[in-house]
Ligand binder design. Structure first.
Ligand code: ADP
Ligand code: MG
Length: 431
């Protein structure tokens, strides 16, 4: 009995296990090369490395496949195809696809149209799913890919059984039947492991980034507290005297323009210092019940002249009776920062829509522009200290906004498309 089982399990299953090992191998390459924020040239190298290892993985898989006598093979190269599409992009995916086809046609000479359809099916579904990949949770990802792998494997087995029944030389023995059963199982296990490994790597990286970010914020906070305050006092004195000079008659009017300019520049410096100071202040102070409509109305009045000056119009669409807990000045600061960014991002004549409404137990405040927009990479950088694309920017505005909303137990969402516009969505618990 034992001998019989040993015989059954022999080569075929061994080959299948080898396939599994070969499939997991590219994941380790990914682990070495995967980092959250890397420069474009590094990205390029990374893509090439992954591409190279993918192709190697595929070739190895196909060099040591599971042979089904007399002329059929089973292999897990399609799993590498999935990894390539999902974690490296469809260009690498197409490379892997081409390699599999070429190997099967020219080297192994086992190609059937079924192979082509099966691989095409896998690649199309992967590309479709990858669009929502970042937004899906792990359970969804794992179930999607195991299902896909199972379907592809079962299809492959059925295709071979179909071809074998047409082939008078082929016999489906006990060992072959066992392999047919094991193949989908091994496929699913492999992809299950691969996705989990990859997700673990990503999560760890993200956490590291988060920690780095918090550390940087702390440093800025300390710096801000010690320096900003000391600078503000002398500046106030200078500004005061300049205003006095500005009223004097012994200075000719054509020189007073310069004084006015100096005052404006001092005000700008003051604005920057205020940005820093708001980082240094303790996060949670006494919170009040805020009427969102009133709050937005008052911000609207403050910011309207700024918008008009920049040839941008503002519309309000705010429901009555929305309330949140928070500090009114801070909420003002968030709204002003967001609207100012939108104004700065909008070309002349565009519209900025400010809306607020209730959705279940959340109050949603949205600021939407039709400006320059952001790429996915840029969205990830929003809120990191000193990230700015403006000549005079501080790169602190959004960071302060994120902090304030976080302290209010709220959430920030950014929806944006390059050259179409950006929407900042704040979700706060309603009271
Ligand atoms: P700053 O305004 O000083 O540059 P912020 O933290 O307010 O700093 O913004 C950081 C960066 O985010 C900006 O430089 C800009 O590139 C980008 N950004 C913010 N809001 C928008 C928006 N509504 N549309 C396009 N880009 C934006
Ligand atoms: Mg700003």
């Amino acid at each position: 009995m034992i001998m019989y089982i040993m015989n059954l399990v022999s080569t075929g299953i061994k080959d299948l296990l080898l396939q599994m090992l070969l499939v997991i191998f590219p994941v380790f390459v990914l682990q070495i090369t995967w980092r959250n924020y890397i420069s474009n040239s590094e990205k390029n190298i990374r893509h090439k490395t992954i591409g190279l290892f993918t192709v190697c993985g595929v070739i190895l898989c196909l060099l040591f496949p599971v042979f089904i006598p007399t002329q059929y093979i089973l292999d897990l190269s399609f799993i590498i195809l999935i990894i390539a599409v999902v974690y490296s992009g469809y260009v690498t995916g197409l490379f892997a696809f081409a390699t599999i086809l070429l190997m099967k046609i020219f080297v192994l000479q086992v190609f059937t149209l079924f192979d082509f359809f099966n691989l095409a099916f896998v690649i199309v579904f992967c590309i479709l799913f990858v669009r929502n990949y970042e937004n899906s949770n792990r359970v969804l990802k794992v179930s999607f890919f195991t299902t896909l792998a199972c379907l592809a494997a079962v299809f492959q087995v059925l295709a071979i059984i179909f071809l074998m029944t047409k082939d008078s030389n082929a016999v489906i023995t006990g060992e072959i039947t066992l392999i047919f059963f094991m193949y989908p199982v091994v496929s699913m296990t492999s992809i299950w492991m691969v996705v989990h490994l990859n997700e673990n790597i990503r999560e760890k990286q993200k956490m590291e980034m988060e920690i780095q970010r918090t550390e940087r914020m702390n440093i800025i906070g300390h710096l801000a507290a010690s320096v900003a305050h000391e600078i503000r006092n002398p500046m106030t004195v200078v500004r005061g005297f300049m205003q006095i000079f500005n009223k004097e008659t012994f200075i000719p009017d054509n020189k007073k323009i310069y004084l006015q300019l100096m005052i404006e520049e001092l005000d700008r410096a003051e604005g920057i210092i205020n940005d820093y100071l708001s980082l240094a202040r303790p996060k949670i102070e006494k919170q009040d019940r805020i009427n969102v409509k009133q709050q937005i109305q008052s911000v609207y009045e403050i910011i309207l002249s700024y918008a008009v000056l920049n040839n941008v119009s503002l519309t309000l669409n705010v429901e009555d009776d929305l309330h949140v807990m928070g500090i009114p000045e801070k909420v003002n600061q968030v709204l002003i920062n967001l609207i100012k960014n939108s104004v700065e991002a909008s070309p002349d004549g565009e519209l900025i829509e400010i809306a607020a409404y209730q959705e279940e137990d959340k109050v949603i405040i949205s600021v939407k522009d039709q400006g320059v927009g952001l790429t996915q990479e840029e969205i990830k950088l929003l809120g990191t200290p000193f990230y700015t694309t403006k000549e005079n920017g501080t790169g602190l505005g959004l960071m302060v906004c994120y902090q304030i909303i976080k302290a209010m137990n709220g959430k920030f969402d950014v929806v944006s498309e390059k050259n179409k516009g950006t929407e900042f969505i704040i979700k706060l618990p309603a009271v």
